[in-house]
Structure formats: C-alpha cells, structure tokens
Design a protein around this ligand. Structure first.
Ligand SMILES: [Fe+2]
Ligand SMILES: [Fe+2]
Length: 287
C-alpha cells in the first residue's frame, strides 16, 4: 500500500502542556472544546494525556514529566507556527474568545487582520495565545460558504513555515494532500508565498519563509505545537513505506499505546522542515 492509500485523514494535533488541568479548563471555557478521552500512560515514563474535541478538530494535550517542563516553556514556535479554527461569524467569535480571557498574540497586536491575497477571496484572522504559548487563529475565509453557522467550527488549518514551498507540496502530495488554494502575504522584509494543501477537509497553510527565518527554523523545528497526527489504516505498512520513501523516522518501530477502546499503533516521522508527523492506527481489537 502506498502512503497515499494508507492515510485516512487528520487525527489530532499534539500540544505538550505543563499544567494539564489549567490547559484543559482553558480549552473548554474559552474555545468550547469538550473532553473526549483522558488517560495516564506509562511509556516509558508517566504522561498524562487529554483529548479534547471541537467539531472536527481534536487536540491532544500531553503533560510529560515535570523535569521537561522548563524546556517546553522555552520552546519557540517552530515549523508548526499556528493552528486556526473556522469562525463563520468572525466578529462575534473573536469578541467572545477575548471576553473569556484569551490574550491577543503579538502577531496581531491590533486584533483582526485582513489577508486579501490569501485564497480566492481573501481571509480575516485574529491570533490568540493558548495556555502553552501555542498560537490559535480564528479565521474567516470569504470563499467559504458557512451555511449560516455561528460559533467556532473546528479545524480551519494548521500553518507550517517552510523553507521550500514546492518541496513541502510534493512531500504532502505523497501523503494524499492536494493543493486547493494559494496566495501571498507582503511583509516589510519581503513577500511570503503561501499554498493550502488539503486532505478530506483538513488543510495545511504552508508559508514559505524568507531565508533568514528558514535558518532559525532549521535550528528549532519543533515548537509549542508538537505534532500533526495522521490516521492510517495500517501503521506497520506506513512505517515500511516511509523507509522505502526515505522519510526520516523518529521511531524505528511501531509503538503500541493503551489509548482509546482498543489501543493505538503509532510512530513519528519528520516532514521536510523537521515537523513531527505521527502516523496513527486506531486498533479495532485489543492487542
Ligand atoms: Fe499524538
Ligand atoms: Fe493561518
């Protein structure tokens, strides 16, 4: 099976936290997530994990052992620069999130920004800071028909800052993502080219950064958003396909974790800029 045949879609976004209860509370109260599953896992040391859901967006808050928390706090943003939630009634969503105590991120100090050259009709966005310094954008795409929905609607996109747009586009095409839109953003330092790569309704916003920033990302690719988890039909087969395709592996074997009803088989590989991609098979029977 090729990776394209094996990948079913996006499973979750992994966010490491140092205060699990505080972060869970924030996600529930500020963004309206609901706890879907929680567990203590000993692999090989204790991790506390909570999966939260808001429409089609699942985040995995994972609290590693205390001695790692300082390093977590000191992480930069890395390749996975922010993630965005769909906000059909944008102004009302932004007002509600701010009223519930979320702070604006420094990237949008004045609030709402209009990105007129992104996507076919432009998008509006506002960036907030999450409990573990992750950047969360509320996003309204003018090309999207939100069918009269109101309130946050889960996954809009995950932004990747990359060194080479075409290399990243080719890489994710191997996993089944297709280019659905593009655009650019003019900054004081130069123009950033952007592509949207989509698999079954889940989009990546791929932003080609300027050479200076690319160098910085090469040094610290992993940030506050730790990994993107893709669901696969067969994790063992995906691992073999990654090996054949010379995709760098973090895990050399498939790990079995006692999560959800019947366990999960997973391993982590690296994308072209060092972003961590978890390939995750939801087991149908107890192993
Ligand atoms: Fe994960
Ligand atoms: Fe974005």
């Amino acid at each position: 099976m090729t990776l394209k045949e094996n990948v079913v879609g996006v499973q979750h976004l992994g966010i490491p936290v140092w205060d699990l209860e505080g972060a869970r509370h924030w996600y529930e109260e500020v963004l309206g997530f609901e706890t879907a599953y929680q567990k203590q896992v000993f692999y090989p040391v204790r991790f506390d994990v909570v999966f939260l859901q808001q429409h089609d967006l699942t985040v995995e808050l994972c609290c590693p052992p205390a001695h790692t928390h300082r390093a977590l706090r000191e992480r930069g943003h890395g390749v996975m620069a922010h993630y965005a939630m769909d906000a059909p009634d944008f102004a009302a969503c932004a007002k509600r999130v701010a009223a519930r105590g979320a702070a604006l991120d420094v990237s949008t100090p004045d609030g709402c920004v209009l990105y007129e050259h992104i996507g076919p009709k432009g998008v509006r966005g506002i960036n907030f800071v999450g409990p573990s310094n992750e950047v969360i954008e509320l996003c309204h795409d003018y090309a999207e028909d939100y069918l009269g929905k109101t309130g946050l609607q889960g996954w809009s996109h995950l932004a990747l800052k990359v060194a080479d747009l075409s290399k990243t586009t080719d890489f994710y095409a191997r996993l089944g993502f297709q280019k659905t839109a593009d655009g650019y953003l003019d900054t004081p330092d130069g123009r950033l080219w952007i592509a949207f790569l989509t698999i079954r309704g889940f989009s990546l916003e791929v932003i080609q950064v300027l050479p200076g920033e690319a160098e910085q990302l090469r040094r610290e690719p992993v940030g506050h958003l730790d990994h993107l988890a893709l669901e696969v039909l067969d994790a063992g087969d995906a691992l073999s396909a990654c090996r054949r395709g010379r995709i760098p592996l973090v895990d050399q074997v498939v790990k079995r974790l006692p999560l959800f009803a019947h366990g999960v088989k997973c391993f982590t590989a690296l994308g072209p800029d060092g972003e961590r991609i978890e390939f995750c098979e939801m087991c149908k029977n107890n192993y």
